[in-house]
Design a protein around this ligand. Structure first.
Ligand code: OSB
Ligand code: MG
Length: 368
């Protein structure tokens, strides 16, 4: 790889409807689009998935831009690389800032795959041709939830994840279960509970949930292990797993039975693959989580979810779940409950330049 320039775009788009979780409401999504241009003319794209404010992880769009422009891109300027794994190695000397690292690393993966003329999925060891699609219902009333679930099921989604909290749990979920006795349902608490709520969480056992995602503290693995001993519903960790080591410790301690992998949260595809490989060897199923992403990250999620250990439908929904018009062409589509894994080189989608332009609020070109 011979990088000629890196272009950074901050973009902003309104969501079709507010996304409500225990941690807050998202109505507008900002994100960073990264374009890495090789001297041979090939371009690789990545997406920085930090939010405008640090409600889900500690990063923001501004901290990500700073880390990319002032720390990570200079590392790439000083150290030419031939493979994205070398970028992951270089970035190890920078603590955390996983979303900033992942944005650049995934752009390098796209560039690398395009230069090889192969789909990203194949380059990282993916084996699936299509990905089972799931969707998230993130609302604050049962009426809204039932309405969304009905229309998502009509669109073919195979699994529904609903946001819960202590004010919206047993009654809410049991109404959904009553209407849909066989629907694969998971609940995501975004750390809305403590060990004092153990009875409340035990009560959910009878609802036959696929799992409960992140019931306790964002960086906890000890109390989740205690909770998992008390409840039958499998615990899935999201916020608590930001490194391979977190995943290994959580599995060893019995803090969860399932892991949600998000490349942005763990710093890129190299770390995602390490977590996947470890979980695969240890019989722990994984699935690919979403973060209200634009098309580039969505396409990378499809490639990641094509790895053999991703046996549970993830938050991989169509572009139309959140956006009137995505920044990729074609948009990500769900057909009969599946998204097909593209066969074109790299992420396998092209950029909708018109949409990128009209949503860009800031642009910076860094020459090498
Ligand atoms: O907790 O999984 C989460 C979105 C943004 C940040 C955190 C989470 C989410 C979602 C997935 O629940 C939404 C999606 O489909 O992109
Ligand atoms: Mg979650």
């Amino acid at each position: 790889m011979n990088i000629a320039a890196i272009e950074l775009f901050v973009i902003e788009m309104p969501l079709k409807s507010p996304f409500i979780s225990h941690l807050g409401t998202v109505q507008n999504r900002e994100g960073i689009i990264i374009k890495i241009i090789d001297k041979d003319g090939t371009s690789g794209y990545g997406e920085g998935v930090a939010f405008s404010t640090p409600w889900y992880t500690e990063e923001t769009v501004k901290t990500s831009l700073h880390i990319m422009m002032d720390i990570l891109i200079p590392l790439l300027q000083q150290n030419p690389i031939d493979h994205p794994e070398q970028a992951a190695q270089l970035f190890q000397f920078v603590r955390r800032n996983h979303m900033a690292k992942a944005g650049l690393e995934t752009a390098l993966w796209d560039l690398y795959a395009k230069k090889k003329g192969q789909p990203l999925s194949k380059i990282i060891g993916g084996t699936r041709k299509k990905i089972a699609s799931g969707v998230v219902v993130a609302v604050d009333s049962l009426a809204k939830a039932l309405k969304q679930i009905e229309s998502y099921l009509e669109e073919g989604y195979q699994r529904i994840k609903v946001k819960i909290n202590p004010q919206q749990d047993y009654d809410f979920l049991s109404e959904i279960r009553k209407r849909y006795p066989n629907l694969p349902i998971m609940a995501d608490a975004n750390s809305a509970y403590t060990l004092n709520d153990i009875e409340k969480l035990k009560a959910l056992d009878e609802l036959d949930l696929m799992m409960i995602e992140q019931p306790l503290g964002v960086d906890d693995i000890i109390e989740h292990a205690k909770l998992q001993k008390e409840i039958q519903t499998p615990i899935c960790l999201d916020e608590s797993i930001v490194t391979f080591e977190d995943a290994r410790k959580a599995v060893e301690l019995g803090s969860c039975k399932v892991i949600n992998i998000k490349a942005g949260r763990v710093g890129g595809l190299v770390e995602s693959k390490r977590i996947h490989d470890y979980c695969y060897e240890h019989g722990v199923p994984v699935w690919c989580g979403g973060m209200i992403e634009f098309g580039i990250s969505r396409a990378q999620n499809i490639a990641l979810a094509s790895l053999p250990g991703f046996t549970i439908p993830g938050d991989i929904s169509a572009s139309s779940r959140f956006w009137d018009e995505d920044i990729i062409m074609p948009a990500v589509n769900v057909e009969n409950g599946y998204v097909s894994v593209p066969e074109a080189p790299g992420i396998g989608y092209s950029i909708n330049e018109k949409r990128l332009k009209e949503t860009t609020t800031f642009k910076k070109i860094i020459k090498f």
